[in-house]
Design a protein around this ligand. Structure first.
Ligand SMILES: [Fe+2]
Ligand SMILES: [Fe+2]
Length: 177
């Protein structure tokens, strides 16, 4: 039987809602629990985190009737899951434990998802979350001076920029007044 990680990687590679550049190998220069803690921010802390993004895109995928938008939401959710896996790998290698916790040590909860009532509001909330994620990754890049972690974060950022473009194009196409 083919290795599951290989199967998933080749599946992810074929998805259209990501940047083209291949994902780098997940490694770190050395253990650094402070960096691990900083990455928990992007992992499961609040509205800009990968774990929240997966919940948000899946909810929107389940509830949006327009097929083009619902499909894009599903596709992006799968890429956010790839990001979650990358961060979990880095957090572990830096000496942390990738539990679904906020940086204030409270557990993640479903109230952190921006659900929205209408399709256009959902798209706007997704766009806001991507902008916050991009800002969050830029801040992490200025704080974390491990060249391998930086390479991983830069690659994730490229995907978030693609997501922002895709969602903005959908908003303009379907929600112009
Ligand atoms: Fe992401
Ligand atoms: Fe994203």
């Amino acid at each position: 039987m083919k290795n599951i990680e290989e199967l998933v990687d080749s599946f992810i590679d074929q998805l259209p809602c990501k940047a083209d550049r291949p994902y780098p190998e997940m490694k770190v220069e050395r253990e650094n629990p402070r960096y691990a803690k900083l990455l928990m921010d992007a992992y499961a802390d609040g509205g800009k985190s990968e774990f929240t993004a997966i919940g948000q895109y899946m909810h929107h995928h389940f509830t949006i009737e327009n097929k083009e938008i619902a499909d894009t939401e599903f596709c992006i959710a799968l890429i956010e899951m790839k990001h979650l896996e990358m961060l979990a790998d880095l957090i572990t290698k830096l000496g942390g434990n990738p539990k679904f916790k906020r940086t204030n040590n409270a557990w993640w909860d479903g109230g952190e998802v921006s659900y929205g009532d209408t399709t256009c509001l959902k798209l706007k909330l997704d766009i806001e979350a991507e902008k916050a994620a991009i800002e969050g990754y830029r801040l992490l890049l200025s704080e974390i001076h491990d060249k391998y972690v930086q390479q991983a974060l830069c690659r994730i950022l490229e995907d978030e920029e693609v997501h922002l473009q895709l969602l903005t194009a959908l908003l303009h196409k379907h929600c112009r007044k």
